[in-house]
Design a binder for this molecule. Structure first.
Ligand code: ARG
Ligand code: ZN
Length: 874
């Protein structure tokens, strides 16, 4: 069942046009399709291959003649017609039952309406089709449905006809002017309303923009619409890419497996990434909407106009599009320090989620070599590490060079289905750069480790840095070759200023060194004093940097580094050292102490009003429990939790006065605005609150309670409630109750209500089981399942890893239960035990038992089976 990248062969038949007819009925939808096909000159094979899954085949005709059972073979998901003529018209009729489709893959019903999700291989659940991304065709779609129940009928492209039918039905006909692979097909038949406006494009054309939601949510579409307009403008300006359609639609749906989907002209979104107003959405939600709206819009060029040859190339569109949405979000903030904060958040995601993936049983290259189930490869590696790889390309060829590379990429490949190599070659050719070694970022899994050693020669005034790189073995890849690593370096003098650099490739005071061998030394001349090196500025490569910094050097960088990312990084190193030391102290019953040096460094940042509040928030946030666990050879979740709590409480106590000052100084009175400056102030204020509440005294609890009662927006309300819950305040329970009563009609807020409780330090497995009995809980809705179960298994490690193994038994039950409904969601939950081999033997044994329990399940999906068997094997 494993599919290999090297087995790729071109399709034997191409599809020029597709006409689809839908008679939509939840219990029995009839799908008629007419395909015009022809032999692919690039293929030797003479066979039509159509994929189909969970379909009832009613009729199949070739060039007008009905085909009987002997004219084709069905072999699992594949329908084959041998030796067809050169040109073929196929007519296919199938039946599906969307209301029974709980997988949310293909055509399904959510809250009484029809939606589709076809990436990666969902289209084969709708009709028989050569469902692979290198088959691109022009689609025309006729939708027919009951007019009362489904007043809105949408598909890709332009609406070319609509009207009435008998029996209270109506129809709409849509035509997509662009060729596209089947994974970009979409339809919606629903009771929805929209916010719309016409928007003038750069070339003077007007486009109709629409955001479709359920009636009660029309007060939550402004931000998505604004983000869409900003995205269109940004792509015009930064990359010269214009919207190629007359109409662009975003549709929100409450049941959705992922974040959103870039279907041509008809993006379908998880409600979580569309709906917002100050009453229900937090600053983080607003930022998520901007990023995801941008992401899906940017796919119109990077993904849709130029798509992937096969699914191994997924990062071609995802890594590039994540990079684009990251740049978009950074440009929207506009300030250098705002940009740096978005970069810090990206680094945190990588370390928290991607590095562990790269070090675990599911490790895979950005361009995987094999998979069992492609849905398991929509990962932080393909997305976020993929974006880092694209970012490194920009670092290597420069911003203008990158734009030239993009231009050449579109010039060469518009309308094609291509590979990661094609993208890299466009970058190389447009800039006359040799990027051959760079290919290893696509082919080798694992996080490279870069060790640095430095030497200063005072007489010669030279400074040298020697880098040695290595990369740990990953499943199937025991040995790695050196990577091409851009390492941005600056040198700080004792005065805290950057020294001018006498080195080739230096750009002002930062040099981008290119490490391409296992060991290389770089020399700086004219260095008048012993510098403090600032290495890997702006996190110029997704690697682990090992350098023996002294505390003094870190404090120097934390106070002065002109590169905000490394300035933040110095603080993280200081904190991590202490957190790890304290974790061992907790485990061995030693004395817990936090040094004044560290506290003073924190105080200095906290009270430095010359720094953006959002940067100060980042600098004061401790590394997470998950990140701490990644640093330990034997993970002790309870000790980690206790050590981190100790540090938080100590900060809360010793910096009480300063925290209170900052709390008061960073209020955002007046009307709520999600802009970065206001959000940053709220972020710092609420971080101060969380430290104060971590050292719970009556004042801190009163402060949290007052904020909860008077909050004018969801950001402040949630922060206050979390403060009360984490402080174990008596008032937490009534506050939770009040919160639920206020927001029970807002599904996305109810998700928050579950998630806050799931992640609370006092929430046991038993308490989660109780919450599952709540009338608002259901496993069928992915957002709800994630809010309670995933939050517990992922964001509450000390409870999840209870020594009696009850957390793991619970996990196994939920994976099995979810798998029966929705394999894609189940398979994500299945990943929670990826790192099981790193725990103490007693916990390991319990985890293994739970993994085996799932593995023994009778009707396991491919999705879950792949994840579990890899975990057990590696
Ligand atoms: N292409 C979508 C995005 O990046 C993700 C869709 C993934 N869906 C899936 N079933 N794997 O926004
Ligand atoms: Zn994407």
């Amino acid at each position: 069942q494993t599919i290999y990248r090297n087995d790729y062969t071109p399709p034997a038949y191409l599809v020029d046009t597709v006409e689809l007819g839908f008679d939509l009925d939840p219990a029995r939808t009839i799908v008629a399709s007419r395909l015009t096909m022809r032999r692919n000159p690039d293929s030797e094979r003479a066979e039509i291959e159509l994929y189909g899954e969970n379909l009832e085949l009613v009729a199949l005709r070739m060039n007008g003649k009905p085909l009987g059972k002997r004219d084709y073979r069905i072999d699992g998901n594949l329908l084959r017609i041998a030796n067809p003529p050169q040109d073929v018209t196929l007519e296919i009729e199938t039946i599906t039952a969307p209301e029974k489709n709980t997988t949310l893959n293909g055509l399904y019903v959510s809250n009484g309406s029809f939606f589709t999700q076809c990436e990666a291989e969902g289209f084969r659940n709708i009709t028989y089709f050569p469902d692979r991304p290198d088959v691109m065709a022009k689609f025309t779609v006729m939708l027919r449905a009951d007019k009362q129940k489904y007043p809105v009928l949408l598909s890709n492209g332009n609406l070319i006809e609509e009207g009435e039918l008998d029996d209270g039905r109506h129809f709409a006909k849509w035509e997509d002017p662009f060729k596209k692979p089947s994974y970009l097909f979409a339809l919606v038949a629903a009771q929805l309303v929209c916010q719309e406006e016409t928007f003038r494009l750069k070339d003077g054309r007007d486009a109709l923009l629409q955001v479709w939601v359920e009636e009660g949510n029309l007060d939550k579409t402004d931000y998505a619409m604004q983000s869409l307009k900003n995205s269109i403008r940004w792509d015009e300006e930064r990359f010269g890419l214009e919207l190629d359609l007359d109409r662009f639609m975003i549709v929100a749906v409450g049941d959705f497996n992922m974040g959103a989907m870039e279907n041509k002209g008809l993006n379908i979104f998880n409600t979580k990434f569309v709906l917002a107003n100050p009453r229900v959405a937090t600053d983080v939600d607003y930022a998520g909407i901007e990023a995801v709206v941008g992401h899906e819009y940017f796919h119109n060029w990077t993904g849709n106009r130029v798509t992937c040859r096969d699914w191994f190339q997924l990062s071609l569109k995802e890594g590039l599009t994540v990079f684009r949405d990251q740049e978009f979000s950074a440009d929207m903030i506009g300030t250098a320090s705002g940009r740096a904060v978005t970069r810090i958040e990206q680094v945190r995601t990588l370390r928290q989620a991607q590095f562990p993936e790269d070090a675990g049983p599911m490790a895979h290259p950005v361009r995987p070599d094999s998979f069992v189930e492609i849905n398991n490869f929509y990962t932080v590696t393909v997305y976020e590490k993929g974006a880092e790889v694209v970012r490194m390309l920009q670092t290597l060829v420069g911003r203008d060079g990158f734009r030239k590379g993009m231009d050449l990429y579109f010039e060469r490949h518009d309308g094609q289905a291509v590979t990661c190599d094609d993208f890299r070659n466009a970058m190389a050719d447009a800039n006359q750069r040799d990027l051959i070694l760079f290919e290893r970022w696509y082919s080798q899994a694992g996080t490279p480790i870069v060790k640095a050693r430095t030497q200063y020669d005072a007489d010669a005034k030279t400074y040298s840095i020697t880098f040695t790189q290595s990369c740990p073995a990953t499943p199937g890849q025991p040995k790695k070759l050196p990577f091409h690593i851009p390492i941005a370096v600056g040198l700080l003098g004792a005065d805290g200023r950057d020294m001018p650099l006498g080195q080739d490739g230096a750009n002002g005071s930062t040099a981008v060194l290119e490490l391409t061998e296992e060991t290389q030394t770089f020399n700086f001349t004219g260095v008048g004093e012993q510098p403090t090196p600032s290495i890997l500025r702006d996190f110029s490569a997704p690697v682990v940097l090992e350098y023996d910094y002294t505390d003094l050097e870190l404090l120097h960088l934390f106070s002065h580094d002109s590169d905000p990312v490394n300035r933040w990084e110095a603080g993280q190193r200081l904190a991590m050292q202490r957190l790890l030391r304290l974790t061992s102290a907790v485990a061995s019953g030693g004395k817990l102490e936090l040094d004044a040096t560290f506290i003073d460094a924190m105080r200095k940042i906290l009270t430095d009003d010359g720094l953006d509040p959002s940067f100060r928030e980042q600098a004061l946030l401790l590394p997470s429990e998950t990140m701490m666990a990644e640093q330990m050879s034997v993970v002790n979740p309870q000790a980690i939790n206790a050590a981190r709590q100790f540090v938080r409480a100590t900060i809360g106590t010793t910096l009480r006065t300063e925290l209170m000052q900052q709390y008061l100084a960073n209020m955002t009175p007046g009307e709520y605005s999600p802009d970065a400056l206001s959000a940053g102030r709220r972020g710092l204020k609420n971080l101060a609150l969380s430290y104060l509440a971590a050292a719970p005294d009556a004042d801190a609890i009163e402060l949290a309670q007052a904020q909860f009662d008077n909050a004018g927006n969801m950001t402040d309300r949630v922060a206050a409630l979390i403060g009360l819950i984490h402080a174990g305040a008596d008032s937490a329970a009534p506050a939770l109750q009040a919160f639920y009563a206020d927001f029970e009609k807002e599904a996305l807020v109810v998700d928050k209500w579950f998630a806050m409780q799931a992640a609370a330090p006092a929430t046991t497995v038993k308490a989660v089981r109780e919450l599952m009995k709540h009338r608002a809980f259901t496993l069928k809705n992915p957002n709800r399942a994630r809010s309670l179960i995933f939050s517990f298994c992922g964001a509450n490690p000390a409870q999840f890893h209870a020594p009696d193994g009850s957390g793991y038994a619970f996990w196994a039950e939920q994976v099995i239960a979810l798998d029966a409904l929705n394999p894609q969601v189940a398979s994500r939950l299945a990943r929670s035990l990826d790192r099981w081999r790193r725990y103490a033997p007693a916990l390991q044994g319990q985890m293994k038992k739970a993994l085996q329990k799932v593995a023994g399940g009778k009707k396991l999906s491919n999705d879950v089976r792949e994840v579990i068997s890899k975990a057990l094997a590696n």
